[in-house]
Design a protein around this ligand. Structure first.
Ligand code: ACO
Length: 335
């Protein structure tokens, strides 16, 4: 995959500090070893130092010695992280005792490092459910200015070059927000356009998907997509966005021309924004299975710093890829 090779090269040229809270997890350690050996990122592992070192030695991982290891039991900055968490959450009722306990949780600590400027991004989830990875990220790192909703995009590498960008499309939201409002859906569209530019590396042509094309059906679900399209265009006048479109009208030129004549996107979309998480999650999995597409993601977007969640079934290679993607997001965020 040329795109990934490009991302790895970019990450090597501008090393970012990526925190891996699951420092004792076997695949995570093996991925960290590869990332350090190849110089893709600086790695911060969270966990008991002697235990991490013993585990690395038992797997024959020589490069873990280059990682920064943050041991919550002994780290000199723990009181800084605890106070930061308390300050961020006291208005929500958190006590200092609760903050002291939660700051020891590696998933909270990883986010506190980022918030304190001690790390540039995080990859976690090899042994934690999505909600447990996302909740501290939402509470501590929070969203970008002007964005209130985090979402998850997938790069879909299909074998159908007639669609998207030579077969590559970006789908969202497939991972995070179950039922976005029209305003949130507009944000998801704009964030996906930005991810497309910074990670997929092409100019987005965004289709706002529905079961209706340009008024062919009327329903409150369609109204939401129509409203989201209008709001997204206002938010990002420099982005090509159109809707509401059915998936075939978005992708197939002849269908696009007949269902949405005059639309510059219809028949030529390379970004598909789904109306809710059920559609997005089901949609990407169907394309992955039936079209044998490689689905890379979810790439979380809208967060103030990049944090990405692994599937618990991930491979070592998946983790290395996601670290490279996260590093690229961090580089993009600093521009
Ligand atoms: N974007 C930004 N902030 C959010 C979002 C969001 N999408 N959702 C919740 N938050 C914030 C809230 O504002 C709140 O902040 P506050 O405490 O500062 O007020 C905090 O996060 C907690 O909010 P809750 O509503 O209590 O959220 P909860 O913790 O219950 O759930 C979660 C959040 C876990 C992400 C939930 O939306 C979820 O489970 N989403 C689906 C994830 C999933 O299972 N995806 C499919 C699998 S992934 C795959 O297949 C690739």
């Amino acid at each position: 995959m040329d795109l990934l090779a490009g991302m790895i090269a970019k990450a090597k040229g501008n090393l970012q500090r990526i925190v891996l809270p699951e420092g004792l997890e076997e695949r995570t350690l093996k991925a960290a070893d590869i990332v350090l050996a190849e110089g893709i990122a600086n790695v911060i592992l969270i966990g008991h130092k002697a235990e991490i070192e013993a585990k690395a030695a038992s797997f024959g991982l020589k490069n873990i010695a280059k990682a920064q290891i943050l041991d919550p039991a002994t780290d000199a900055k723990m009181s800084t992280y605890t106070n930061l968490l308390f300050d961020l959450r006291k208005s929500k009722g958190m006590t200092i005792e609760e903050a002291t306990k939660l700051a020891q949780n590696p998933l909270y600590l990883g986010c506190l490092l980022i918030k304190n400027g001690d790390a540039d991004g995080e990859v976690a989830g090899a042994m934690n459910a999505t909600g447990n990875v996302l909740r501290p990220a939402f509470q501590i790192v929070k969203t970008l200015p002007g964005i209130s909703v985090v979402s998850g995009a997938f790069l879909m590498f299909t074998n159908t070059p007639e669609y998207g960008e030579n077969g590559l499309l970006v789908f969202a939201d497939c991972a995070v927000s179950p039922n976005p409002t029209a305003a949130e859906l507009a944000q998801i569209a704009v964030c996906t356009g930005q991810t497309t530019r910074s990670i997929a590396g092409f100019e987005p042509r965004i289709a706002m998907l529905s079961f209706s094309s340009k008024g062919s059906a009327s329903h409150e679900f369609v109204d939401k997509v129509v409203e989201a399209t209008k709001l997204a265009k206002e938010m990002a006048p420099d982005m090509q966005i159109d809707g509401e479109l059915q998936a075939d009208a978005a992708l197939v030129p002849a269908v696009g021309q007949s269902k949405a004549p005059g639309s510059a996107i219809a028949g030529h979309a390379n970004v598909l924004v789904f109306p809710d998480l059920q559609a997005g999650n089901i949609g990407y999995k169907l394309v992955q299975r039936f079209a044998k597409a490689e689905a890379v993601g979810p790439i979380l977007q809208g967060m103030a710093a990049p944090i990405n969640d692994l599937s618990r079934g991930c491979s070592v290679d998946d983790i290395v890829k996601l670290i490279a993607i996260t590093a690229n997001q961090a580089i993009g965020a600093k521009k």
